[in-house]
Design a protein around this ligand. Sequence first.
Ligand code: SF4
Length: 370
Amino acid sequence: MHLYVHVPFCVRRCSYCDFSIAVRKRIPARDYVDTVLTELRSSHATIVDLQTVYLGGGTPSLLPSEAIQELLRELSPLFRVPRSDFHVEVTLEANPEDVTPDNARAWRTAGINRLSLGAQSFDDTVLQWMHRSHDAARIGAAVHALRGAGIENISLDLIFALPDELHRDWERDLEMALALRPSHLSLYGLTIEPRTPLDRWISRGATHAPDDDRYAEEYLFAHRRLTADGFAFYEVSNASLPGYRSQHNSAYWSGKAYVGLGPAAHSFDGTTRRWNLRAWEAYRRAISEGRSAVESEETLTEEQRELERVYLALRTDQGLPITARDRPLPPFTAQGWVEVRDGRLKCTPEGWLRLDSIVNDYDRYDRATH
Ligand code: SF4
């Protein structure tokens, strides 16, 4: 079983972000920990044998380290193996400015053994445009502090395909990231989400949406550059050195069950997906009044499950097993976007650029031929 804990607090909203967050100057840590632990104890799911725990957000690193220690202390009896073994992957998402040597040591003592760092860029102008609260120098300092505390499994998030007028040097940013020797990189293309500051800037002509050519060029460049340094893209947006794939995210992509705690967190038991109230206050009130925090749920039909199976398989390097049903092979395999390897259909980097349309083509092909 896999557990996600959503920590909704941020000190400000980044220009591109539409996540479920609560912007707070002071983090209500006591309230948050009590509420999440109450949800845990009243959970509809039986939470046992945890193989991974992921503290995501928002900005989980804004929680005081004592709050993180308390959360993990309460969760540790549910781990598959004793906590002291550090064999359960426990990830904390952190913003660089929160990673001090003291915090890093406290997180490590609490059981954190994987750190996902929201670097995004090594260009201060770009970081300011994104409304990030760190500068480029903080990223290297954070990695150094984590290593000093014994946390070696470090992932960096970077955003690519930014508007032309920023003159962002993607190649330089990748070199700066690789120089820090992370074990994992997550690369996300900028998307324009409704009602974000970025969406408003674009509506009034203050900036432009990036074009598809830049997106494709930077995505393919990253594949070539990271592969040359020993990284393998094991999912459309994620690359790791051998042995450092995210076990937590891999569980999502292979359709395994997971439980989510906290506002907006999702849970999935293999057939039914449930999600909590998005807003922190609404979630907190529901739990404190003894009500369920689940906002809604959907049970997937067989058809939806099949489409999801195809989509999840094609977004990873595991690919989709070829069955007798796939003979002859779907026509798009002739276009160089999907190749046949080890008895499976696997997307090439060019294919991952067109993942949605490939999944739709596969679905149409499947319906037409069976
Ligand atoms: S820190 Fe992350 S969650 Fe918070 S506003 Fe920025 S992108 Fe969104």
